[in-house]
Design a protein around this ligand. Structure first.
Ligand SMILES: Cc1cc2nc3c(=O)[nH]c(=O)nc-3n(C[C@H](O)[C@H](O)[C@H](O)COP(=O)(O)OP(=O)(O)OC[C@H]3O[C@@H](n4cnc5c(N)ncnc54)[C@H](O)[C@@H]3O)c2cc1C
Length: 291
């Protein structure tokens, strides 16, 4: 199918892009990697009157750390950049684990992490990962920049907190309070598929104790789910068989899956518990060795 008729602009600066969005009427869309927007337009689930392509704007393809350890991922940093990143492999285990599990190589070559957050698909992997890490999104609009915690940025299924004339310019991951550990596990029907169940675990540990934990769930509710009680149960404690089991039970309770062609709600909830157990047990062993 072909999309409806639309106006296409490809500005060369952020200011120009924001001004174009502002003048663009009620239904304008930013185009980053196009891996979610273009299929939606072709199916006519989205029919924007104006598409503002940000790919000509220089200086948005980065991912880098500040001296204090804050990680910044620019709006045009592709999934593939993150998959190949030595920086992530060394410092961000949850992100490094998730990057190769996003879609397939073709989608990863064009799609962006920031676009994935903006798209707010309950089955999007990056929203869980960034949520587990306590990350945020920096938005720029006509009156300047603001930082929005990802927990508030993803408002619901396919809904984000951006104003119509704002562009998400980067995702930000705060520095860790201890050694980082964690991972991402995804159950998919075949390689490259969206998650039937995904679990992100992000830990900051010191001396064998969890200083901070984040657990977030993909595909098992109407939106990305922060399993806050499960994460809270780990804070200040060592990863033992007992604390791991308690967190896994609480994460499974936080899931709100539906029975569908991918599996029963009970099965999906069970997989959440299993994935949390696996991720924490794996990292518990490492934390014990490091202590
Ligand atoms: C076959 C296929 C399989 C896929 N599998 C997976 C998967 O397994 N896991 C997964 O997480 N995702 C998957 N995706 C989605 C993919 O990861 C997309 O790349 C991602 O969701 C959106 O990023 P994008 O840069 O392509 O955004 P686009 O498609 O360009 O935009 C998506 C939405 O976000 C908005 N947007 C994008 N960037 C910005 C910005 N900087 N500021 C403001 N608004 C913005 C757009 O206006 C649009 O509404 C799949 C896609 C396809 C086609």
């Amino acid at each position: 199918m072909y999309p409806s008729r639309f106006r296409y602009e490809a500005p060369h600066s952020l200011d120009e892009a924001i001004a174009t969005l502002r003048d663009g009427g009620d239904y304008a869309k930013v185009l980053a990697g196009g891996q979610s927007l273009v299929p939606l337009m072709k199916l006519r689930f989205a029919s924007p009157e104006l598409v503002v392509d940000i790919n000509n704007i220089p200086g948005l393809s980065y991912h880098r750390t500040d001296p204090d350890g804050t990680l910044r991922v620019g709006a045009l940093c592709r999934h593939a950049d993150l998959e190949r990143s030595d920086l992530l492999k060394g410092t961000q285990p949850t992100m490094a684990a998730a990057a190769p599990l996003i879609a397939d190589p073709i989608v990863r070559n064009r799609g962006t992490l920031v676009g994935s957050l903006a798209h707010a698909d309950p089955q999007g992997d990056w929203a869980s990962v960034v949520l587990s890490l306590g990350g945020s999104v920096v938005a720029q609009g006509p009156s300047g920049r603001r930082t929005i915690p990802v927990a508030d940025f993803v408002r619901g299924p396919f809904e984000n907190a951006l104003a119509p004339d704002e562009i998400a310019i980067e995702a930000v991951i705060p520095p860790a309070k201890g050694a980082r550990a964690g991972g991402y596990l995804k159950l998919e029907r075949r390689v490259g598929d969206f998650a039937t169940v995904g679990v992100a675990v992000a830990l900051e540990t010191s001396g064998g104790t969890v200083r901070r934990a984040g657990i977030a769930l993909t595909g098992v509710g109407g939106s990305t789910i922060a399993a806050a009680a499960a994460a809270g149960a780990l804070a200040g404690k060592a990863l033992t068989a007992e604390t791991i089991e308690q967190a896994a039970d609480l994460a499974a309770q936080a899931a709100n899956p539906r029975t569908d062609h991918r599996g029963s709600a009970e099965y999906k909830r069970h997989m959440v518990r299993t994935f949390v157990m696996r991720l924490l047990s794996r990292n518990g062993d490492r934390a014990e060795r490091a202590a």
